[in-house]
Ligand binder design. Structure first.
Ligand code: MRU
Length: 340
Protein backbone atom coordinates (compact mmCIF):
# COMPACT_ATOMS: atom_id res chain seq x y z
CA UNK A 1 0.00 0.00 0.00
CA UNK A 2 1.28 3.46 -0.89
CA UNK A 3 1.71 5.81 2.10
CA UNK A 4 -0.24 9.04 2.47
CA UNK A 5 1.03 12.04 0.49
CA UNK A 6 2.88 14.40 2.88
CA UNK A 7 3.89 17.62 1.12
CA UNK A 8 4.97 19.27 4.39
CA UNK A 9 6.36 17.41 7.40
CA UNK A 10 8.43 18.11 10.50
CA UNK A 11 11.17 15.72 11.65
CA UNK A 12 11.56 17.27 15.10
CA UNK A 13 14.58 19.22 13.84
CA UNK A 14 13.87 20.12 10.21
CA UNK A 15 11.09 20.99 7.84
CA UNK A 16 10.78 18.58 4.91
CA UNK A 17 9.02 19.61 1.70
CA UNK A 18 8.17 17.34 -1.23
CA UNK A 19 9.51 19.34 -4.20
CA UNK A 20 6.37 19.87 -6.31
CA UNK A 21 8.31 21.49 -9.15
CA UNK A 22 9.74 18.05 -10.00
CA UNK A 23 6.49 16.06 -9.99
CA UNK A 24 5.36 13.85 -11.63
CA UNK A 25 8.80 12.89 -12.95
CA UNK A 26 10.70 12.71 -9.67
CA UNK A 27 9.74 12.45 -6.00
CA UNK A 28 12.40 14.45 -4.15
CA UNK A 29 12.16 15.70 -0.56
CA UNK A 30 14.13 18.77 0.52
CA UNK A 31 15.12 19.65 4.08
CA UNK A 32 15.00 23.14 5.58
CA UNK A 33 16.54 24.64 8.72
CA UNK A 34 16.40 28.35 7.76
CA UNK A 35 13.27 30.49 7.31
CA UNK A 36 14.91 32.33 4.38
CA UNK A 37 15.07 29.05 2.44
CA UNK A 38 11.45 28.24 3.30
CA UNK A 39 10.43 31.65 1.92
CA UNK A 40 12.31 30.90 -1.29
CA UNK A 41 10.65 27.46 -1.51
CA UNK A 42 7.21 29.10 -1.28
CA UNK A 43 8.13 31.67 -3.92
CA UNK A 44 9.50 28.98 -6.27
CA UNK A 45 6.43 26.69 -5.85
CA UNK A 46 8.39 23.85 -4.19
CA UNK A 47 5.41 24.01 -1.84
CA UNK A 48 2.17 25.52 -3.17
CA UNK A 49 -1.57 25.49 -2.61
CA UNK A 50 -3.08 27.87 -0.06
CA UNK A 51 -3.24 25.64 3.04
CA UNK A 52 0.18 24.01 2.38
CA UNK A 53 1.77 27.46 2.02
CA UNK A 54 0.27 28.43 5.39
CA UNK A 55 1.61 25.31 7.11
CA UNK A 56 5.08 25.74 5.57
CA UNK A 57 5.18 29.42 6.60
CA UNK A 58 4.22 28.51 10.18
CA UNK A 59 7.19 26.13 10.32
CA UNK A 60 9.28 28.90 8.74
CA UNK A 61 8.48 31.07 11.78
CA UNK A 62 9.31 28.16 14.10
CA UNK A 63 12.66 27.76 12.31
CA UNK A 64 13.32 31.50 12.67
CA UNK A 65 12.87 31.09 16.43
CA UNK A 66 15.46 28.29 16.41
CA UNK A 67 17.85 30.37 14.26
CA UNK A 68 17.54 33.39 16.56
CA UNK A 69 20.31 34.00 19.13
CA UNK A 70 18.01 36.23 21.20
CA UNK A 71 18.26 35.83 24.95
CA UNK A 72 14.97 37.55 25.84
CA UNK A 73 11.41 37.04 24.67
CA UNK A 74 11.25 40.64 23.43
CA UNK A 75 14.38 40.21 21.29
CA UNK A 76 13.05 36.91 19.95
CA UNK A 77 9.80 38.59 18.90
CA UNK A 78 11.81 41.29 17.08
CA UNK A 79 13.73 38.59 15.16
CA UNK A 80 10.48 36.84 14.32
CA UNK A 81 8.99 40.05 12.91
CA UNK A 82 11.74 40.05 10.26
CA UNK A 83 11.00 36.42 9.34
CA UNK A 84 7.23 36.99 9.32
CA UNK A 85 7.66 39.97 7.00
CA UNK A 86 9.91 37.94 4.68
CA UNK A 87 7.59 34.93 4.60
CA UNK A 88 4.48 37.11 4.07
CA UNK A 89 6.14 38.83 1.10
CA UNK A 90 6.43 35.61 -0.93
CA UNK A 91 2.94 35.24 -2.41
CA UNK A 92 0.14 37.82 -2.01
CA UNK A 93 -3.13 36.02 -2.81
CA UNK A 94 -3.61 33.00 -0.51
CA UNK A 95 -4.86 34.31 2.84
CA UNK A 96 -3.77 31.14 4.66
CA UNK A 97 -0.16 32.40 4.54
CA UNK A 98 -1.02 35.59 6.44
CA UNK A 99 -3.43 33.78 8.74
CA UNK A 100 -0.74 31.24 9.72
CA UNK A 101 2.10 33.72 10.35
CA UNK A 102 -0.26 35.97 12.38
CA UNK A 103 -1.19 32.98 14.50
CA UNK A 104 2.52 32.29 15.09
CA UNK A 105 3.18 35.95 15.94
CA UNK A 106 0.38 35.92 18.53
CA UNK A 107 2.01 32.92 20.26
CA UNK A 108 5.40 34.65 20.40
CA UNK A 109 3.81 37.93 21.55
CA UNK A 110 2.13 36.12 24.43
CA UNK A 111 5.42 34.60 25.61
CA UNK A 112 7.75 37.62 25.71
CA UNK A 113 8.16 37.25 29.50
CA UNK A 114 8.87 33.52 29.33
CA UNK A 115 12.28 31.86 28.75
CA UNK A 116 13.31 31.86 25.08
CA UNK A 117 13.62 28.04 25.05
CA UNK A 118 9.98 27.76 26.11
CA UNK A 119 8.87 30.13 23.32
CA UNK A 120 10.84 28.14 20.74
CA UNK A 121 9.20 24.88 21.80
CA UNK A 122 5.72 26.46 21.83
CA UNK A 123 6.20 27.83 18.31
CA UNK A 124 7.10 24.39 16.96
CA UNK A 125 4.05 22.95 18.75
CA UNK A 126 1.83 25.65 17.21
CA UNK A 127 3.07 24.92 13.69
CA UNK A 128 2.43 21.21 14.32
CA UNK A 129 -1.09 22.09 15.50
CA UNK A 130 -1.74 24.13 12.33
CA UNK A 131 -0.68 21.11 10.25
CA UNK A 132 -2.84 18.66 12.23
CA UNK A 133 -5.87 20.99 12.16
CA UNK A 134 -5.63 21.41 8.40
CA UNK A 135 -5.57 17.66 7.89
CA UNK A 136 -8.64 17.26 10.12
CA UNK A 137 -10.42 20.16 8.36
CA UNK A 138 -9.87 18.54 4.96
CA UNK A 139 -11.28 15.21 6.10
CA UNK A 140 -14.33 16.98 7.58
CA UNK A 141 -14.98 19.10 4.47
CA UNK A 142 -14.40 16.06 2.28
CA UNK A 143 -17.24 14.30 4.03
CA UNK A 144 -19.55 17.36 3.91
CA UNK A 145 -18.82 17.76 0.21
CA UNK A 146 -19.25 14.09 -0.66
CA UNK A 147 -22.90 14.42 0.35
CA UNK A 148 -23.35 16.82 -2.61
CA UNK A 149 -21.99 14.27 -5.10
CA UNK A 150 -24.60 12.12 -6.87
CA UNK A 151 -23.91 8.49 -7.69
CA UNK A 152 -22.02 7.80 -10.89
CA UNK A 153 -20.78 11.38 -10.81
CA UNK A 154 -18.65 12.94 -13.49
CA UNK A 155 -16.77 15.72 -11.72
CA UNK A 156 -14.52 18.39 -13.22
CA UNK A 157 -11.70 20.06 -11.26
CA UNK A 158 -9.05 22.67 -11.97
CA UNK A 159 -5.50 23.12 -10.67
CA UNK A 160 -4.47 20.98 -7.69
CA UNK A 161 -6.49 21.30 -4.50
CA UNK A 162 -5.39 17.87 -3.35
CA UNK A 163 -3.19 16.38 -0.65
CA UNK A 164 -0.23 18.19 -2.22
CA UNK A 165 -1.89 21.59 -1.76
CA UNK A 166 -2.71 21.06 1.92
CA UNK A 167 -1.40 19.25 5.00
CA UNK A 168 -2.83 16.15 3.31
CA UNK A 169 -6.07 14.71 1.85
CA UNK A 170 -7.03 17.91 0.00
CA UNK A 171 -10.02 20.22 -0.29
CA UNK A 172 -11.66 19.92 -3.74
CA UNK A 173 -9.80 16.64 -4.28
CA UNK A 174 -10.65 15.71 -0.68
CA UNK A 175 -14.33 15.78 -1.68
CA UNK A 176 -13.50 13.60 -4.69
CA UNK A 177 -11.52 11.23 -2.41
CA UNK A 178 -14.41 10.92 0.05
CA UNK A 179 -16.96 10.46 -2.76
CA UNK A 180 -14.67 7.90 -4.43
CA UNK A 181 -14.41 5.96 -1.15
CA UNK A 182 -18.24 5.88 -1.17
CA UNK A 183 -18.18 4.45 -4.72
CA UNK A 184 -19.83 7.52 -6.26
CA UNK A 185 -17.16 8.77 -8.69
CA UNK A 186 -17.53 7.59 -12.27
CA UNK A 187 -14.93 10.03 -13.64
CA UNK A 188 -12.86 13.04 -12.66
CA UNK A 189 -12.08 15.41 -15.53
CA UNK A 190 -8.70 16.97 -14.70
CA UNK A 191 -7.96 20.34 -16.32
CA UNK A 192 -4.26 20.51 -17.14
CA UNK A 193 -4.18 24.12 -15.80
CA UNK A 194 -1.93 26.26 -17.94
CA UNK A 195 0.59 27.76 -17.49
CA UNK A 196 2.11 25.89 -14.49
CA UNK A 197 0.21 22.63 -15.12
CA UNK A 198 -0.80 21.85 -11.54
CA UNK A 199 -3.69 19.76 -12.91
CA UNK A 200 -1.68 17.49 -15.18
CA UNK A 201 1.49 17.36 -13.08
CA UNK A 202 -0.06 17.10 -9.61
CA UNK A 203 -3.79 16.25 -9.60
CA UNK A 204 -3.38 13.52 -12.22
CA UNK A 205 -0.39 12.18 -10.22
CA UNK A 206 -2.54 11.95 -7.08
CA UNK A 207 -5.32 10.22 -9.05
CA UNK A 208 -2.92 7.65 -10.50
CA UNK A 209 -1.50 6.91 -7.03
CA UNK A 210 -4.95 6.39 -5.53
CA UNK A 211 -6.78 4.75 -8.39
CA UNK A 212 -9.30 7.57 -8.87
CA UNK A 213 -10.82 7.20 -12.36
CA UNK A 214 -9.80 10.32 -14.24
CA UNK A 215 -9.23 11.78 -17.66
CA UNK A 216 -6.87 14.64 -18.36
CA UNK A 217 -8.07 17.46 -20.63
CA UNK A 218 -6.53 20.63 -22.00
CA UNK A 219 -8.22 23.58 -20.29
CA UNK A 220 -9.98 24.55 -23.52
CA UNK A 221 -11.88 21.23 -23.58
CA UNK A 222 -14.02 21.98 -20.51
CA UNK A 223 -16.71 23.79 -22.56
CA UNK A 224 -17.10 20.85 -24.96
CA UNK A 225 -17.51 18.20 -22.27
CA UNK A 226 -20.06 20.37 -20.45
CA UNK A 227 -21.96 21.00 -23.70
CA UNK A 228 -22.13 17.23 -24.24
CA UNK A 229 -23.66 16.71 -20.80
CA UNK A 230 -20.57 14.87 -19.54
CA UNK A 231 -20.06 16.93 -16.35
CA UNK A 232 -22.39 16.66 -13.33
CA UNK A 233 -20.55 19.11 -11.08
CA UNK A 234 -17.43 21.26 -10.89
CA UNK A 235 -15.41 21.56 -7.68
CA UNK A 236 -12.34 23.71 -7.14
CA UNK A 237 -10.28 24.94 -4.20
CA UNK A 238 -9.83 28.56 -3.08
CA UNK A 239 -6.97 30.86 -2.19
CA UNK A 240 -9.07 33.54 -0.51
CA UNK A 241 -12.82 33.87 0.04
CA UNK A 242 -14.22 37.37 0.67
CA UNK A 243 -16.99 37.99 3.22
CA UNK A 244 -19.58 38.02 0.39
CA UNK A 245 -18.40 34.66 -1.03
CA UNK A 246 -16.39 36.01 -3.98
CA UNK A 247 -13.54 33.51 -4.36
CA UNK A 248 -9.99 33.84 -5.66
CA UNK A 249 -8.56 30.63 -7.08
CA UNK A 250 -6.19 29.50 -9.84
CA UNK A 251 -6.44 31.42 -13.10
CA UNK A 252 -9.12 29.82 -15.27
CA UNK A 253 -11.50 29.08 -12.39
CA UNK A 254 -13.73 32.07 -13.22
CA UNK A 255 -14.06 30.89 -16.84
CA UNK A 256 -15.12 27.46 -15.60
CA UNK A 257 -17.75 28.98 -13.30
CA UNK A 258 -19.20 30.98 -16.21
CA UNK A 259 -19.28 27.82 -18.34
CA UNK A 260 -20.89 25.84 -15.53
CA UNK A 261 -23.63 28.49 -15.11
CA UNK A 262 -24.30 28.47 -18.87
CA UNK A 263 -24.65 24.68 -18.91
CA UNK A 264 -26.65 24.41 -15.67
CA UNK A 265 -23.85 22.49 -13.90
CA UNK A 266 -23.42 23.22 -10.15
CA UNK A 267 -20.09 24.91 -9.37
CA UNK A 268 -18.76 24.24 -5.84
CA UNK A 269 -15.82 25.74 -3.94
CA UNK A 270 -14.07 23.74 -1.21
CA UNK A 271 -11.83 25.31 1.45
CA UNK A 272 -10.97 25.17 5.14
CA UNK A 273 -12.48 27.99 7.19
CA UNK A 274 -9.01 29.59 7.40
CA UNK A 275 -9.32 30.50 3.69
CA UNK A 276 -12.20 32.88 4.46
CA UNK A 277 -11.00 36.46 4.89
CA UNK A 278 -13.70 38.35 6.80
CA UNK A 279 -11.63 41.56 6.50
CA UNK A 280 -12.37 41.70 2.77
CA UNK A 281 -15.94 42.62 1.80
CA UNK A 282 -15.72 41.52 -1.83
CA UNK A 283 -13.35 40.00 -4.36
CA UNK A 284 -12.33 43.37 -5.79
CA UNK A 285 -10.08 43.82 -2.73
CA UNK A 286 -8.12 40.59 -3.30
CA UNK A 287 -4.56 41.15 -4.51
CA UNK A 288 -3.86 38.95 -7.53
CA UNK A 289 -0.30 37.66 -7.89
CA UNK A 290 1.38 38.18 -11.26
CA UNK A 291 4.11 35.69 -12.08
CA UNK A 292 7.09 35.54 -14.38
CA UNK A 293 6.55 35.83 -18.15
CA UNK A 294 8.73 32.75 -18.64
CA UNK A 295 5.87 30.56 -17.34
CA UNK A 296 3.79 31.58 -20.37
CA UNK A 297 6.54 31.85 -22.98
CA UNK A 298 7.87 28.33 -22.26
CA UNK A 299 6.37 24.86 -22.09
CA UNK A 300 8.57 22.23 -20.42
CA UNK A 301 11.60 24.51 -20.70
CA UNK A 302 11.04 24.91 -24.46
CA UNK A 303 10.46 28.40 -25.85
CA UNK A 304 6.95 28.52 -27.37
CA UNK A 305 6.66 32.27 -28.01
CA UNK A 306 9.07 34.99 -29.09
CA UNK A 307 11.19 36.18 -26.12
CA UNK A 308 10.17 39.72 -27.20
CA UNK A 309 6.42 39.13 -26.80
CA UNK A 310 5.02 40.96 -23.76
CA UNK A 311 3.13 38.66 -21.39
CA UNK A 312 0.35 39.10 -18.83
CA UNK A 313 0.50 36.22 -16.33
CA UNK A 314 -1.97 36.55 -13.43
CA UNK A 315 -1.79 33.43 -11.24
CA UNK A 316 -5.38 33.73 -9.95
CA UNK A 317 -8.79 35.13 -10.84
CA UNK A 318 -11.90 35.94 -8.82
CA UNK A 319 -15.16 34.03 -9.26
CA UNK A 320 -18.17 36.14 -8.21
CA UNK A 321 -20.28 34.59 -5.45
CA UNK A 322 -23.31 34.63 -7.79
CA UNK A 323 -21.72 31.83 -9.84
CA UNK A 324 -21.00 29.58 -6.82
CA UNK A 325 -23.71 27.07 -5.88
CA UNK A 326 -22.16 26.33 -2.46
CA UNK A 327 -18.95 26.76 -0.48
CA UNK A 328 -17.94 23.61 1.38
CA UNK A 329 -15.90 24.12 4.55
CA UNK A 330 -14.93 22.00 7.53
CA UNK A 331 -17.79 23.70 9.40
CA UNK A 332 -20.37 22.64 6.83
CA UNK A 333 -21.87 23.66 3.49
CA UNK A 334 -22.68 27.36 2.95
CA UNK A 335 -25.24 28.46 0.35
CA UNK A 336 -25.87 31.97 -1.01
CA UNK A 337 -26.30 34.59 0.30
CA UNK A 338 -23.01 33.77 2.05
CA UNK A 339 -22.74 34.60 5.76
CA UNK A 340 -19.78 32.89 7.40
O1 MRU B 1 -0.31 28.76 -7.59
P1 MRU B 1 -0.77 27.62 -6.72
O2 MRU B 1 -0.42 26.28 -7.28
O3 MRU B 1 -0.34 27.79 -5.29
O4 MRU B 1 -2.36 27.74 -6.76
C1 MRU B 1 -3.13 26.79 -6.06
C2 MRU B 1 -4.59 26.98 -6.20
O5 MRU B 1 -5.07 27.88 -6.85
C3 MRU B 1 -5.45 26.04 -5.40
O6 MRU B 1 -6.64 25.75 -6.06
C4 MRU B 1 -5.79 26.70 -4.04
O7 MRU B 1 -4.62 27.17 -3.43
C5 MRU B 1 -6.48 25.78 -3.14
S1 MRU B 1 -5.46 24.48 -2.58
C6 MRU B 1 -6.33 23.54 -1.49
Amino acid sequence: MIGAIAPVRWTGERLVLLDQTLLPGREVEREYTRWEDVAEAIRALVVRGAPAIGVAAAFGVALAARQSTATSGEALLADLETAIKGLAATRPTAVNLFWAVERMRAIAAGLTRRPVAEARARLVAEAEAILAEDLAANRALGDHGAALVPSNARILTHCNAGALATAGYGTALGIVRSAHAQGKVALLWVDETRPVMQGSRLTAWECVREGIPHRLIADVVAASVMARGQVDLVVTGADRIAANGDTANKIGTYALAVLAKHHGVPFYVAAPFSTIDPAIASGTEIVIEERDAAEVRHVGGQLTAPEESPVYNPAFDVTPAALIAAIVTDRGVYRPPYRF
